[in-house]
Design a protein around this ligand. Structure first.
Ligand code: PLP
Length: 396
């Protein structure tokens, strides 16, 4: 039997080094807890980065996947399959959008959203010089299109040129968006709550203002709900709190709760005037396994009112984080929405996260100086208490 160190050495010898990983090999999970291969137990406030909303080893979810494994994993999008049909209906009902395209990841959902927006604009005027406005500090994924609208120059620099015709505005600054709009603008893309970029929710004034600008100028609004969607902020999708509706929306992460799946959703108006036969496709997207998982996730989300549970427990998390902030002058701010929270420090948070891991608490950063809290949505007050106690002891 190899120990953890030996597995890690092997990983570093064989895998392309694109991640600075923590020195842990996880083996299994149960509810709010993870176990490494040496049997150490951890309380998890990361959920695989906002993925495992239902916690680990959910029996009902696992049973659905196992059942599907024995039926069929993959056919092809040249044929219909019932899990995809059911998942689409459930996702429409949960989001209030009209049409669904299933893909395999968040970045792919963003790619599809960009293509739909460009096609919509092209059908209107036949031009190929349309522009998209994206936000500084945004994160939309690592593929070339998604990277091109990601507002962190460090992620893009070595890979330029991107897809081109992108302008960056400042998040929560309506005037800076206005300054980017011209006759070529076809879409505005943004996260409803910025995740990677620092757990910043859109202000109501900003999101409603952007929606009004889009309506006035015939520009499509694309909201990226990959991290903040699926109940995380206490609403099925974060934009629902603002009384606006996007023209295109992206979804992934918690949609599969561990099985890779993404989706972009459109209004009927955009669906009828954008992508059509032959314009877009994927081999694995919408496959029976991933869609069975998503259909079960959505069934449980609705039946158990997961978003309602988030609205119930999130204020307690906020309260505990505010208490920790009050006790440590190195913490500048708490911000976020629902169970998507950040503590902003005046120094790098790496050493704090390392100490927390040693004490059996899994946390993750967002940028160098922010600790991000995106736990499974099924957490209870007792988990928040346990987390707060460990975290408090890890800050100097
Ligand atoms: C994670 C994330 C993505 C990318 O999703 P992948 O599945 O990693 O490709 C895109 N947008 C947001 C807001 C995200 O949090």
């Amino acid at each position: 039997m190899q120990n953890m160190k030996q597995w890690i050495d092997r990983a570093e010898a064989d895998l392309l080094h694109t991640y600075n990983r923590y020195q842990i090999v996880f083996d299994r999970g149960e509810g709010m807890y993870l176990y490494d291969i040496e049997g150490k137990k951890y309380l998890d406030f990361v959920a695989g980065i906002a993925v495992f909303a239902l916690g680990y080893a959910n029996k009902e979810y696992n049973a659905a996947i196992k059942d599907q494994v024995d039926k069929i994993l993959h056919t092809s999008n040249y044929y219909y399959n019932i899990p995809a049909i059911e998942a689409a209906r459930a996702l429409k009902a949960y989001s209030g959008m009209d049409r669904v395209f299933f893909c395999n990841s968040g970045a792919e959902a963003v790619e599809g959203a960009i293509k739909a927006a460009r096609k919509y604009a092209w059908l209107k005027d036949g031009r190929t010089d349309h522009e998209i406005i994206a936000m500084n500090k945004s994160f939309h994924g690592r593929t070339m299109g998604a990277l091109s609208v990601t507002g962190n120059p460090h992620y893009r620099e070595a890979f330029e040129p991107g897809i081109g015709n992108i302008r960056f505005a400042d998040y929560n600054d309506l005037d800076s968006v206005k300054a980017c709009i011209n006759e070529h603008t076809c879409a505005i893309i943004m996260e409803t709550v910025q995740g990677e970029g620092g757990l910043t929710p859109a202000t109501e004034e900003f999101l409603r203002g952007v929606r009004a600008l889009c309506d006035e100028k015939g520009i499509l609004l694309i909201l990226d709900e990959i991290q903040c969607g699926m109940g995380r902020t206490g609403y099925p999708f974060a934009w629902q709190k603002y009384g606006v509706r996007p023209d295109i929306m992206t979804c992934a992460k918690a949609l599969g709760c561990g099985v890779p799946i993404g989706a972009f959703l459109l209004t009927e108006e955009v669906a009828q005037h954008s992508l059509t036969s032959g314009d877009h496709g994927t081999t694995y997207g919408g496959n029976p396994l991933a869609c069975r998982a998503a259909a079960k996730v959505l069934e449980i989300f609705v039946r158990d009112d997961i978003a309602g549970h988030v609205r119930q427990v999130a204020p307690y998390l906020e309260k505990k984080l505010d208490e920790i902030k009050a006790g440590h002058s190195c913490i500048i701010e708490r911000r976020g929405a629902g169970l998507m929270q950040g503590l902003v420090f005046d120094r790098p948070v790496g050493p704090i996260i390392d100490r927390a891991l040693e004490k059996g608490l899994v946390l993750i950063n967002a940028g160098a100086e922010i600790i991000r809290f995106v736990p499974p949505l099924v957490l209870e007050k007792q988990h928040i208490d346990a987390m707060a106690e460990i975290l408090d002891s890890c800050i100097d």
